[in-house]
Every structure is written in structure tokens, then in C-alpha cells.
Design a protein around this ligand. Structure first.
Ligand SMILES: *[C@@H]1O[C@H](CO)[C@@H](O)[C@H](O)[C@H]1NC(C)=O
Ligand SMILES: *[C@@H]1O[C@H](CO)[C@@H](O)[C@H](O)[C@H]1NC(C)=O
Length: 233
């Protein structure tokens, strides 16, 4: 055998041995490898575009979130402003309620036999919340617009005398009461009650009609009282 033939045989053996050791590669493997590569790149492109879309969406969501955040903050601010306004109104109202308390009660009369048209004024001031009652004029002056209640209890004393008294509101005759007691010297009582809408600055007082009024000298038997029922803002 010549050397060249020997070499050729040896090469053939090596090649066949290599073929046997090499992994089996079919046509379908090649197909899938090709398509895998293709798929992988498609997936990558797809993923990239999805990622871009997601990033864009994320950006939009962030913007929307910030917008909503801003709107929420604005709303919280406006609610806070409203709450502050309501609170200060409430405080003002409470303050008004506290400072707009008006009442008075006075007994005793400066003059037991006042002449016709005189103001009948109790001078012993037992209560004068809000200082509406002036004991030196006998007139109550409304400090606020509102509804007031006025009460008077009068006790007449003496033979052939009267109680004839008006409740005057801002110079007008609001209410009148009259009693007559005879020659036996009986006592007689009269009372006046009125709920009156008065404006700030208007005065209310008791005024006698006739000359022959005569009142009891007991210090607590004649009284003039009043109070604010409701404040008219
Ligand atoms: C494609 O991806 C698969 C895994 O999903 C991987 O085994 C294969 O090597 C990839 N092909 C290429 C060409 O990158
Ligand atoms: C009181 O009421 C009158 C009208 O009835 C009004 O003109 C006036 O402004 C009121 N005063 C106050 C202090 O509210």
C-alpha cells in the first residue's frame, strides 16, 4: 500500500468518526434556530415598542397624577378656606350672642303721683344687662334691632284714684291699661305685657294718662322689665 492511499484512508476514518460524534442536526432544528433568531429579534422589537408605549403611558399617568394632585391640593385649600370662613362666622355669631344679651328689671317709682303725660320711671335698677335702661329718664333704648318683650306690674293705692298707663314704643302708644279704685281705698293692680319689634335707638317707656294716678309706695310693688327675645341681624 502506497503512502498516499494510507493517508486517504486515515482521513476518511477521522471524518466519519467526527460525524458520529457531532450532535444530530435536522432540517427542522435549522428551521427553528432560524425562526428563534427571527422570533427573538421580533420579540425584542416588540418589547422595545411596548416599553416605549409603557413609558409614554407612565409619563401620561404621572402627569395626570400630578394634575389630580394639584386639583386635590386646590380643593383642600378651598375647603380649608371655607372651614376658616365658617369658623370665623361661628366665632362672630358666638361673640354676638354673648354681647347681645339685653335685659333689665327696675322697681320703685320716683314719683307716686305723676302728672298727666309724665314718664313713670322705676329708679331701683336690679338688673340692666346691656345698659339699655336709663333710670334717670325711665326709658329703655334698644341697643339692637330685634324683638323685645316688655313687662310692667303696677299697684295703685288710694281713694278715688286711677292707674292709667301706656306702654310707649318710639313715641307711639303701644298698649294701655287702666283701673279705677273707689272710695273704699282698695288697692288695685294692673299689668302690661308686649312683644315688640324695635329698631336700634328706639325707646320704650311707661307714661301716665291722667293726673289722678296714684301708685303704691312699697318699693317692690311697681316694676318695669324687658329683655331681648331675638336679635335681628
Ligand atoms: C432566542 O431565545 C431563546 C430563548 O428564548 C434562546 O435559547 C436562543 O438562543 C435565542 N436565539 C438567538 C438567535 O438569540
Ligand atoms: C335696623 O333695621 C333698619 C330697618 O328696619 C335698618 O335700616 C338698619 O340698618 C338696621 N340696623 C342695624 C344695626 O342692623
Amino acid at each position: 500500500m502506497g503512502t498516499s492511499l494510507y493517508k486517504l484512508l486515515l482521513l476518511a476514518t477521522v471524518v466519519s468518526a467526527r460525524r458520529r460524534n457531532a450532535p444530530h442536526r435536522s432540517a427542522s432544528d435549522a428551521f427553528f434556530n432560524y425562526h428563534n433568531a427571527d422570533t427573538n429579534s421580533t420579540v425584542i422589537v416588540d418589547l422595545k415598542s411596548r416599553l416605549t408605549a409603557l413609558e409614554a403611558k407612565n409619563g401620561q399617568l404621572k402627569e395626570r397624577l400630578m394634575e389630580q394632585d394639584g386639583r386635590m391640593n386646590a380643593r383642600i385649600d378651598s375647603v380649608e378656606t371655607l372651614a376658616q370662613a365658617v369658623l370665623s362666622q361661628l366665632n362672630q355669631h358666638l361673640h354676638d350672642e354673648n354681647t347681645k344679651q339685653v335685659s333689665f328689671h327696675a322697681t320703685g317709682l320716683s314719683n307716686l303721683t305723676p302728672s298727666e303725660g309724665a314718664v313713670l320711671f322705676p329708679t331701683n335698677v336690679l338688673n340692666n344687662q346691656g345698659n339699655g335702661y336709663n333710670p334717670s329718664t325711665g326709658k329703655f333704648t334698644a341697643p339692637f334691632n330685634g324683638t323685645y318683650c316688655f313687662l310692667a306690674t303696677l299697684w295703685g293705692d288710694g281713694v278715688d284714684h286711677y292707674i292709667a298707663v301706656y306702654l310707649m314704643v318710639d313715641g307711639k302708644q303701644e298698649l294701655f291699661v287702666e283701673t279705677t279704685f273707689g272710695r273704699d281705698g282698695d288697692s288695685d293692680a294692673a299689668s302690661l305685657q308686649a312683644v315688640v319689634d324695635a329698631r336700634a335707638g328706639q325707646s320704650v317707656w311707661l307714661q301716665v294718662l291722667f293726673d289722678s294716678n296714684q301708685f303704691s309706695p312699697y318699693p317692690v310693688s311697681n316694676s318695669f322689665s324687658g329683655f331681648l327675645v331675638s336679635y335681628d341681624p
